[in-house]
Design a binder for this molecule. Structure first.
Ligand SMILES: Nc1ncnc2c1ncn2[C@@H]1O[C@H](COP(=O)(O)OP(=O)(O)OP(=O)(O)O)[C@@H](O)[C@H]1O
Length: 284
């Protein structure tokens, strides 16, 4: 797309916001993030439709987390007169509005679970933005929050963890509790930032199965990963990130291939496909 066309489209969208139901969930146009005197991410044009499932794949340091933080509004791009980020067609969406629509699962959040709390309280805390349910919360509201947290945990198949002290959970169990926490306010989109990092095959199985459950329940999944194995069958679109830019964007059937993976990671790689599942092996 010609840069001029993209810019005028974004300007028009900003001036005439589309109805929330039809605008893309997110649009990026000439979005540049600079840190320490250099552009760590530059995105010319990117649209994420409402309800779409995508995976961002790329090497360490390529800019995937920065890309996701543009979506979650934790990072803002350089200011331009034409807004570089439109959220549901609007450039002035508040952080609270964005948070309402998004749930974020990241392995780094697990490091913060260093207090003795029942898992249900950690999940319910997602409704308040606190680690657990604070004593200042009204009793009826706290009960309702815990009931909602239990329902969410049940949906993810972890009813047996309701009353477990989070400090005693295995890494895989804690990761699934974090998925419940990200889901408890019923966001339309879930961002999974390297959700299988540090997990054994059993933990990976349950996290990937949870992603599938949520995608099948109509949630939009935005997955950040290094591994094609994480790309569940419900994800059809792949965005490859390399050197702070979009390297390729298209259907996974064409991008999960030996040549594109080898070019992305700069080493010889082979993709194996088994039905709707993909895996990556090194070609020594
Ligand atoms: N605050 C910052 N100051 C300086 N450089 C930064 C900052 N944040 C990120 N970077 C750099 O920007 C680049 C992209 O970082 P980012 O975390 O987005 O990559 P990534 O693809 O998510 O990496 P990984 O797979 O290792 O998590 C990296 O080179 C990183 O060192």
């Amino acid at each position: 797309m010609a840069p001029g066309t993209a810019t005028s489209e974004v300007k028009a969208a900003a001036e005439n916001p589309q109805p929330l139901s039809s605008a893309p969930f997110l649009q990026l146009r000439d979005a540049v993030v600079r840190r320490a005197g250099r552009a760590i991410l530059s995105v010319d044009a990117f649209d994420l439709a409402q309800g779409e499932n995508i995976a961002l794949l790329g090497p360490n340091g390529s800019g995937k987390s920065t890309f996701v933080k543009l979506i979650t509004r934790e990072v803002l791009p350089l200011h331009r007169d034409e807004p570089p980020v439109l959220f549901k067609g609007r450039d002035r969406a508040t952080l609270a509005e964005v948070k309402q629509c998004l749930g974020v699962v990241s392995s780094t959040m697990q490091d913060q679970m260093t207090v003795h709390l029942p898992a249900v309280d950690v999940v319910a805390g997602g409704l308040f933005g606190s680690l657990g349910v604070l004593p200042t919360v009204d009793a009826a509201e706290a009960d309702a929050a815990r009931a909602r947290a239990r329902d969410t945990m049940d949906l993810l198949g972890i009813a047996d963890l309701h009353d477990r002290d989070v400090m005693t959970l295995s890494t895989g169990q804690a990761r699934r509790a974090l998925i419940a926490r990200a889901l408890v306010h019923d966001p339309e989109t879930l961002v999974f930032d390297e959700p299988c990092t540090g997990l054994d095959p059993e933990g990976m199985y349950y996290v990937r199965r949870s992603m599938r459950t949520l995608a099948q329940a109509g949630k939009s999944i935005v997955l950040v990963t290094h591994y094609p194995e994480d790309v569940i069958p419900e994800i059809g679109r792949l965005v490859l990130i390399k050197n702070g830019a979009v390297f390729a964007d298209g259907p996974k059937e064409s991008l999960l291939a030996d040549d594109s993976m080898s070019a992305l990671f700069d080493v010889p790689l082979k993709i194996n496909r088994s039905g709707s599942y993909y895996s990556l092996v090194s070609a020594y």
